[in-house]
Write a protein that binds this ligand. Structure first.
Ligand code: PLP
Length: 366
């Protein structure tokens, strides 16, 4: 069986280093917010070329704490509107809701899986304060247009970079440094994945960074002095040390993903399978390789018979989820069609040439 992603093989490459890190961690006696967290924060900030990185518990909290941080700074108020793509993973929308803000969902393009810019423009109202681009599947959102809309309307840009670690925009800046702040997830299967839950915020905004540093730790910057009603969402010390081991290999792993994507794009030729758009640049890190097939379930069963695992990202649009029942009357033609047709082929930095060829041949023979 070709697995969708072989997470054991990905991490086995670092086994010796992980074991050493664990021994050091055990010996150190610092299990929460110790040197490993601050070391990783400074490494990841350097990597993204941002001034700050704040480690938090997971990607959802990263996004939520950015919004909470801006509330503390008086830049956002309860009920302000946040514009977000209607095909994102539901976490983006949960973060907005949990912060007491109003998610305004918009239609997407079926070429890039990202904002339909004219729909985005139309969604801007006097209550809009934030545009939240999601670099879905690892491809950077159309930041030029988003930036100019944000400047014209005095809006904050908060990136959901949970699928785009290392993606580099044409201007040379990396995901995480393309707006006012960005949320990252280091969920194990992400391009940079921990061995458990982990997340981070990146920003160049000193006030926001200070607010989030407090918010993640009970609103406190010195022990037993609480300035804000914060939460407990700290990047775990041992996860930070594992992430520091893996970070130097991120660019190489992303290139391996792009190489596989290029092999798929060149090798797959089947009118029943619509390939993703890719301009060949480093603006895509192929967290996922998502194709569109009209009879998706049939295709998925077919590949399963050929011992190829696939996944669907995502089968149900957020506005049709039970958890967001109040949004159920919304209609997004393109986004809804995508949710019925998308299917993700295996892609990961440890795939072998033979596996890649098997996938290509099986898809072509469908
Ligand atoms: C993974 C993911 C998140 C949430 O990250 P967690 O660490 O699982 O909380 C948010 N947004 C997107 C687009 C994601 O893919």
């Amino acid at each position: 069986m070709i697995p969708f992603i072989d997470i054991q093989a990905i991490n086995r490459r670092f086994e010796e280093s992980f074991k050493n890190e664990f021994q050091d961690f055990l010996d150190s006696g610092y299990y929460i917010l110790g040197n490993q967290v601050s070391a990783f924060e400074s490494r990841f900030a350097d990597y993204c070329e941002t001034q700050y990185c704040i480690g938090v518990g997971n990607g959802l909290d990263a996004l939520r704490l950015i919004l909470e941080g801006y509330k503390v700074l008086g830049k956002l108020q309860l009920g302000d509107e946040v514009i977000v793509a209607s095909n994102t993973y539901i976490a983006t929308i949960i973060a907005i809701r949990q912060a007491g803000l109003k998610p305004v969902l918009v239609e997407v393009e079926n070429q890039t899986f990202n904002f339909d810019i004219s729909a985005l423009k139309q969604a801007i109202s006097p209550s809009t304060r934030v545009i939240m681009p999601v670099h879905l599947y690892g491809q950077i959102a159309p930041m030029e247009q988003i930036n100019s809309l944000a400047v014209d309307n005095d809006l904050l840009i908060i990136e959901d970079a949970a699928q785009a670690h290392g993606a580099t925009h044409t201007n040379g800046k990396r995901a995480g440094n393309l707006g006012h702040a960005a949320g990252f997830s280091f969920y194990p299967t992400k391009n940079l994945g921990a061995l458990g839950d982990a997340g981070a915020v990146t920003t160049n905004d000193t006030n926001l960074a200070n607010a989030i540093k407090k918010l993640r730790n009970y609103g406190s910057s010195s022990k037993y002095v609480n300035e804000l009603l914060g939460v407990n969402s700290r990047l775990d010390e041992i996860q930070a040390s594992f992430l520091s081991v893996k970070l130097p290999f991120l660019d190489k792993d992303n290139q391996a993903r792009r190489d596989i994507a290029n092999a798929y794009l060149e090798g797959i030729c089947n009118p029943k399978v619509v390939l993703p758009c890719y301009d060949g640049s480093k603006n895509h890190v192929f967290h996922l390789f998502v194709v569109q097939v009209a009879s998706r379930e049939h295709f998925q069963d077919y590949l399963k018979d050929k011992a190829i695992a696939t996944l669907i990202h995502y089968p149900i649009p957020p506005h049709q989820q039970k958890a967001l029942q109040d949004l159920k009357n919304l209609r997004f033609e393109v986004s809804q069609a995508l949710h019925q047709q998308v299917i993700s082929l295996p892609i990961s930095p440890v795939m072998t040439q033979l596996q890649i060829e098997k996938v290509i041949n099986a898809v072509n023979a469908y």
